[in-house]
Design a protein around this ligand. Structure first.
Ligand code: SF4
Ligand code: SF4
Length: 556
């Protein structure tokens, strides 16, 4: 028994798991903890799990009934706020008790609750005005929420189309709340994000990150196909920020808005957003039919990314910024990286899964089909995917064509793609993004043309040189950090959503106590560079990485 035990804790303790947490398990990953506030599902090492299993309020934690190392672990979890000493016989509520599912582990599910949209955008990847993918009935949606519960899903991002056009939107949200599933992000164009809508979120104590589209100063109206759309979008961003919601912006680049990138940066900085993701217009859906001639040339795009990345770095990173796969910089930090360099030259990269994000963030299409990620909408893989109206999420996530796709290993990419197999950059690039390969017109195993351009034209070195010659001013970083700490969002909500720069201390400690049980066996990420991907709008690889997934992975 350790000396500090005598002074800090009683000889016999009864301990209860904190009300914020619940014990969970998944197929092959039985030791997990669900953070009921943020919705994050975290993985524990076996010892932490067993220690927390003792925190049921009625098990006496006493040496030698409980081995000393386990008692020490209980004590450290008490210090971390995961559990607290209680009166003997205090009951652990049912919804905090261990619940194991046969489903695969998920970090977050992206769910398109409708294929309908309220603007005639030129670049819609799902042909929304025609609602090609339709939408499920209220009953079917509520059944899917039940499936989430059965699969121990912790967090959901609602997307569309435009999710707010559904009349039963709040019914779906309330069903999620009832099942203890956190709505962590809402993808919206902002048209229906009125004061009343924001008040409805407040009333439910919900503060999802509002992920809003903004196609740049002077371009938004043209892309959205409606005069005045830009003013409305700016108003909506401002309204959400003022009401204390974290706002994240996504911008799709084409010839027309490339030269206004810096002006758009300045506007978004002034508006007080938390992150900005910039990517090229995807050559799918409506854009593929009529917009390609407006695509930005690759070199112009990459050079613009270089310039803006350096500017962001110098500027003290006032918000999180992702520029295609070329640059990623977290808020208020002088750190940066290139998501294109996914595997950092690791020799064992061939055994890794081609996209870590696909494994952790399933996407449910508006018609109820599972898909590895949103950017694969309309691709050749769509056809074989399981429908949640015919199977369950738990079954769909495992033995199905969906699983075959998300379990694609790099060596499979190399076997099927001679160019990548013999490429000098393969253990950095890993063949790039599967969705990008298909969008470029090759098959699922094809090369990603943006990744090729990046490596073959030395943009990794160019970026390193550029940022070295644009050092961040310490003053700017201090200013950005200060601004982050003064964010209008109440601290409790910032911590529970995705404020990537300021995770609460208790969560950082929690994360540090956790580890993947067996990283290699399950093929999950073991380094930051592998899980980052900022390729596409709505590519979930890009969301929640710094604030949500990273602590989990760093712990492993
Ligand atoms: S995508 Fe291009 S750069 Fe990447 S491994 Fe394949 S051939 Fe090489
Ligand atoms: S990197 Fe993003 S877009 Fe590409 S396959 Fe992975 S999740 Fe999909």
């Amino acid at each position: 028994m350790g000396g500090d035990f005598v002074f800090d804790f009683p000889c016999i303790m009864y301990v209860l798991l904190s009300s914020r947490y619940a014990l969970r398990g998944w197929h092959g990953l039985p030791f997990g903890l669900h953070d009921r506030k943020s919705g994050r599902n975290l993985l524990l090492d076996a010892e932490s799990f067993h220690a927390l299993s003792l925190c049921d309020g009625s098990t006496p934690i006493l040496f030698p009934l409980v081995p000393a190392p386990l008692i020490d672990r209980v004590k450290s979890h008490i210090r971390e706020g995961l559990a607290q000493i209680c009166e003997p016989g205090t009951a652990l509520p049912d919804d905090q008790a261990y619940r194991k599912t046969e489903s695969r582990f998920t970090d977050l599910v992206q769910w398109s609750i409708t294929g309908k949209y309220n603007l005639p955008c030129r670049h819609c990847y799902m042909d929304a005005p025609k609602a090609k993918y339709g939408e499920l009935s209220t009953r079917q949606c509520l059944e899917i929420v039940d499936q989430f519960h059965a699969a121990n899903v912790g967090r959901v991002a609602l997307t569309g189309g435009e999710p707010l056009v559904r009349r039963d939107f709040w019914q779906i949200v309330d069903a999620l709340i009832e099942k203890g599933i956190v709505l962590s992000q809402l993808y919206t164009n902002g048209v229906l994000l009125t004061d009343q809508t924001l008040a409805e979120f407040e009333r439910r104590a919900l503060r999802p990150t509002m992920v809003m589209s903004f196609d740049g100063i002077g371009s938004h109206d043209w892309v959205r196909g409606v005069a005045g759309a830009e003013d409305k979008a700016v108003e909506a961003i401002s309204r959400a920020v003022q009401a204390g919601f974290p706002v994240s912006i996504e911008t799709a680049l084409y010839k027309g808005n490339l030269r206004r990138l810096k002006a758009t940066y300045a506007l978004l900085k002034e508006l007080g957003i938390i992150s900005w993701k910039v990517s090229r217009m995807m050559s799918t859906g409506a854009w593929a039919r009529k917009g390609d001639q407006m695509d930005a040339p690759r070199q112009a795009l990459f050079d613009a990314y270089l310039e803006l990345g350096a500017h962001h770095h110098r500027d003290g990173a006032p918000f999180e910024l992702a520029l295609g796969g070329l640059y990623y910089g977290p808020k208020g930090s002088s750190l940066w990286m290139s998501p294109f360099n996914k595997f950092s030259g690791q020799a064992d990269a061939a055994k890794q899964t081609a996209c870590q994000s696909c494994r952790l963030h399933p996407y449910i299409m508006a018609d109820g089909r599972l898909l590895p990620c949103i950017p694969m909408t309309g691709s050749q893989v769509e056809q074989d995917m399981p429908r949640l109206t015919e199977t369950t999420l738990s079954r769909g996530l495992r033995g199905s064509a969906y699983f075959d796709r998300i379990d694609t290993r790099l060596d499979q990419v190399f076997v099927n793609n001679r160019g990548c197999r013999s490429c000098a950059h393969r253990f950095k690039c890993g063949g790039g993004c599967r969705a990008a390969a298909m969008t470029a017109g090759t098959d699922y195993f094809g090369a990603d043309p943006d990744a090729c351009f990046f490596f073959r034209n030395g943009y990794d070195e160019k970026l390193a040189r550029k940022l070295k010659s644009s050092p961040a001013s310490p003053m700017e970083i201090a200013r950005a950090r200060h601004a982050a700490s003064l964010s209008k969002a109440p601290a409790a909500f910032i911590g529970s959503q995705i404020d990537r720069s300021q995770p609460p201390a208790s969560e950082r400690r929690t994360a540090s106590a956790m580890a993947f049980q067996d990283r290699r066996r399950f093929g999950l990420a073991c380094s930051l560079s592998q899980i980052l991907c900022w390729r596409w709008r709505r590519c979930e690889a890009s969301r929640g990485v710094m604030g949500n997934a990273m602590p989990l992975y760093l712990a492993g």
